[in-house]
Design a protein around this ligand. Structure first.
Ligand code: ADP
Length: 523
């Protein structure tokens, strides 16, 4: 026991620990930095980058680390590059780490909810902003545990450096026992040192898991600044003042065609929405409502046709050429289209107020304080003043969707698009969101919303548009809900929620839709 304690504090062995730590730290940092770039390359759009990167990862992962180390140590001097044993070992360990870290990081990036990435793109986040503020903070939650594991494995692999003569902990233990044959106390002390170093790694991992990607830090920051009730009710919210020429529609969709594969999903759709107008898109599931809204945000390529927001095109450059992909984030940011998604697509790692502030802050370059002020006002508007610091998972579905609406409002949008905003909600939560949208509609903001709910459309919209099989086949004031002129619309009104219901054959006299009492059009 005495010998064991002696070796546990033996400076010669402790120096070996320091060497092992140096190898661990150097290889991990190098592996992470290069691995991050490789992870992006391995999933890049361009095959000339993707395949070579994947081949590199495949080869490095597939060959023994010891082989790589010996190869490097012997081959480099032949090429005229003589490195010290420590640097050779560090280089070999780093190369090996790049491949493993790349796969860990790639897994983390892929674990980020796709809807949130689509939302970030729709709001005009650049690829880099999306990566830094949406993907990395959330990906880290999946990356950190795997990386902790990798770091412990790497710590043990530092002992391989002894084969090229690096005097690290294992080699030093061997040297001592080869002289005094005190196997048990020396190797036990060495083992305990490795365990202590591993415990240090576990400690760092725990700290990172608790504090990164959970939104806690931001939440603490905001806790000191309560939301002032300076926003007033939703009805008093000033709608965005159009800077377009009077008479120009706020949203103008002109003969748009969209294809998925070899199937036409939108067929020459034309629709103009005037400033302050609220238009409800009705249509059964699969009729193309979501596709139309995504196309307005340039999330789908159009085959032909044009889309303009207050004369700004998202489909073409001012010279008439198709909008290049790299210019889309700026075009989207300039268009200022607020979007509310069916499945909320809130950023999971941000509190309600940070979600609402995300577009002014990350897309519109509004200073932090002003972005927070706008976000707080928007949260008051949707009745969530007391929930600003709640994380999305701490809110009900209805509250999450209201945060989604606040996020759209805080961006000072020219037009708000809502894609079936209540279809993912339990029936008892639909009312609060419907009510919020109804009140929003009365503020004079321009809105295009898709819905299955005929009663809701009747109560909120100035105009109802019926989409069937990718075409607008009927539109008009909500009165057309009482007297549909096409058999398809009449059939939809009889079974608006029955997605599985095949369209019935044209009925000579469609039964008019009767609005329940109290749900007369309000506008
Ligand atoms: P809605 O919103 O009216 O329910 P969608 O716009 O979501 O309808 O879909 C219209 C049609 O396009 C559907 O038949 C759907 O299966 C198809 N579709 C939607 N998204 C894609 C996609 N990414 N790839 C291929 N087909 C798609």
């Amino acid at each position: 026991m005495q010998n064991f304690l002696h070796y546990l504090t033996f400076p010669y062995l402790l120096q070996g620990c320091v060497t092992a730590l140096g190898l661990l730290f150097g290889a991990l940092v190098g592996g992470l930095l290069i691995g991050f770039v490789l992870a992006l390359g391995a999933d890049a759009r361009w095959i000339w980058l993707r395949y070579p990167v994947r081949a590199y990862i495949y080869v490095i992962r597939g060959t023994p680390q010891l082989l790589q180390l010996i190869l490097l140590f012997n081959v480099l001097p032949q090429a005229g590059l003589t490195l010290s044993p420590f640097v050779s070992a560090l280089l070999a360990l780093t190369i090996n780490e790049t491949a493993f870290c790349a796969e860990i990081i790639r897994g983390g990036i892929r674990s980020v909810n796709r809807d949130q990435r689509i939302a970030a793109q729709a709001f005009g986040f650049s690829a880099l902003t999306e990566l830094c503020y949406v993907v990395v903070p959330q990906g880290l939650r999946a990356i950190i545990p795997a990386l902790g594991n990798e770091a412990v494995g790497l710590l043990k692999s530092t002992s391989l450096a002894s084969v090229v003569g690096v005097s690290e902990l294992t080699l030093r233990s061997q040297t001592i026992v080869s002289q005094n044959f005190e196997f048990l106390p020396v190797l036990l002390a060495s083992g305990v040192m490795y365990i202590v170093l591993s415990a240090g790694i576990a400690g760092v991992q725990n700290w990172c898991e608790r504090s990164i990607g959970t939104g806690r830090r931001l939440r603490r920051k905001h806790a000191a600044t309560p939301i002032a009730d300076d926003a007033g009710p939703l009805e008093r919210m000033a709608p965005h003042r159009s800077d377009a020429t009077p008479g120009v529609p706020q949203l103008d969709i002109d003969a748009v065609r969209v294809r998925y594969g070899n199937r036409d999903v939108l067929k020459d759709v034309s629709l103009s929405v005037a400033p302050g107008e609220v238009v409800a898109l009705l249509g059964k599931s699969g009729s193309g409502k979501s596709t139309l809204l995504k196309t307005i945000l340039a999330l789908n390529p159009v085959e032909s046709g044009a889309i303009r927001i207050e004369s700004r095109s998202l489909t073409a450059t001012p010279s008439g050429a198709p909008m290049p992909r790299r210019r889309l984030p700026k075009a989207r940011a300039d268009a200022r289209i607020g979007m509310v998604f069916q499945n909320f697509a809130l950023f999971d790692h941000l509190s309600a107020v940070d979600n609402a502030a995300s577009i002014p802050l990350r897309v519109q370059n509004v200073p932090y304080g002003e972005a927070l002020r706008r976000a707080r006002i928007a949260l008051v508007k949707v009745g969530l003043k007391d929930f600003a610091d709640h994380m999305p998972h701490e809110l009900s579905g209805g509250q999450q969707q209201r945060v989604g609406i606040a996020r759209a409002l805080a961006s000072d949008p020219r037009v708000i698009l809502l894609d079936e905003p209540t279809s993912a909600l339990d029936p008892e939560l639909v009312g609060e969101v419907d009510e919020t949208i109804r009140r929003l509609a009365q503020t004079g903001i321009t809105m295009l919303l898709s819905t299955h709910d005929v009663n809701f459309a009747a109560s909120v919209a100035d105009r109802v548009v019926f989409l069937h099989d990718g075409r607008i086949i009927e539109q008009g004031t909500p009165d057309i809900l009482r007297a549909p002129s096409t058999p398809e619309f009449a059939a939809f009104l009889r079974h608006p929620d029955d997605d599985a219901q095949p369209l019935r054959a044209a009925s000579p006299e469609p039964k008019p839709f009767v609005l329940p009492a109290g749900l007369e059009p309000t506008r």
